[in-house]
Write a protein that binds this ligand. Structure first.
Ligand code: SAM
Ligand code: SF4
Length: 328
């Protein structure tokens, strides 16, 4: 079993399989001037499989596939199916923008994918376009309905931005009225691929909660899953639930059970750190499984207490990376 220096059990690995994306959500990536990493610098699926196998032996039983847009990476479904059969891996989750998934949902359902997080920041076509700089809302909505039809647990992630989509909060919440899904509202974070600050006038979790409560006075808290990052609510008569994720104000670090791998193999023990070691480089220099395990254990023995400490400890102070290189 893996524990960090604060006694937190680590059982969840998030893998960003690519930094490439077909959308340009402006809270995540600039419109132009993006330099993608060389394909030869990406962890190969074989390297990733080895990592998952080793980590699963240490108690990692939950894996999330994310990106960039993970479905841009060729061979992804075969890779998912291979790691799905690794002993110790109980659940595979996927985070996607849902634009490339329509034809793949039945396959995901057959594989027993535990849940899909679908990123959707507006159901208004014009605002969807303004936010993502692409015209793909119908594709995402098709994916949403297919996921529900195939019985895959679905969570929608909406990043709330003061100047862009506050008017969408309630229409998005309404998606959970007749659908058995969770609609989650995230605070915007500074990982937008530039040194510009986030959309100031942050809609923090308190403001989001008050806004929802003003429309749904009977909204009440329901039990959160262990290590959940979301505070979850039910509204009478709703088939689904609502959630709020304090991703910027970081109220959930105390129970954090996750580590992250970037597309180039940088291991992050906190979303807000700038990487603790590069596992790809170790693998390519011929490291044994034992050496990889030692590197991981060492990293966890120096883990920051919370996102604020991780941010203070960064080598590069300013956050300029894109979330597409981290995976969310
Ligand atoms: N492309 C996929 C997608 O959009 O779902 C997976 C990768 S994306 C980086 C993962 C998650 O990070 C998405 O839910 C997205 O909304 C969220 N995200 C990206 N940039 C963010 C930011 N600056 N603040 C908050 N959430 C962000
Ligand atoms: Fe692409 Fe996801 Fe980032 Fe949007 S949030 S630009 S879909 S990686």
């Amino acid at each position: 079993m893996l524990y960090d220096n604060h006694g937190r059990k680590i059982n969840y690995l998030r893998i960003a399989v690519t930094d490439r994306c077909n959308l340009r959500c402006h809270y995540c990536m600039p419109e132009e001037g993006i330099t993608y990493v060389d394909r030869s610098d990406l962890l190969t699926f074989e390297e990733l499989e080895r990592i998952v196998e080793i980590f699963a032996g240490l108690g990692i039983n939950k894996v999330r596939i994310t990106g960039g847009e993970p479905f841009l990476r060729k061979g992804l479904t075969d890779f998912i199916s291979r790691i799905n059969s690794i002993e110790g891996v109980d659940a595979i989750h996927i985070t996607t923008n849902g634009t490339l998934t329509k034809g793949i949902v039945p396959q995901l359902s057959d594989m027993g994918i535990k849940s899909v997080n679908l990123s959707l920041d507006s159901i208004d076509a014009q605002r969807f376009y303004q936010i993502t700089r692409r015209d793909s809302l119908p594709l995402v909505m098709d994916t949403l309905e297919q996921l529900i039809d195939h019985g895959i647990q679905t969570k929608i992630n909406m990043v709330v931005m003061a100047q862009h989509n506050v008017e969408d909060i309630l229409p998005m919440a309404e998606l959970a009225r007749d659908r058995p899904i969770s609609v989650r509202f995230l605070e915007e974070m500074p990982f937008n691929g530039s040194d510009s600050t986030t959309d100031l006038g942050l809609w923090d979790y308190v403001k989001i909660q008050e806004h929802l409560e003003s429309a749904y006075p009977d909204m009440h808290r329901v039990a959160d899953a262990p290590s959940s990052t979301s505070m979850n609510y039910h509204v009478d008569g709703f088939a689904g639930t609502l959630g709020i994720i304090a991703s910027y104000t970081r109220s959930f670090c105390g129970s954090c059970n996750r580590i992250r791998l970037t597309p180039t193999g940088v291991l992050k023990t906190c979303l807000y750190d700038d990487g603790v070691f590069n596992i790809r480089d170790l693998i390519r220099s011929g490291a044994t499984d034992e050496q990889l395990i030692t590197a991981l254990q060492d990293a966890l023995s120096h883990r920051a207490k919370d996102g604020y400490e991780a941010e203070r400890n960064r080598n590069i102070n300013l956050i300029t990376e894109s979330m597409a290189t981290i995976g969310g």
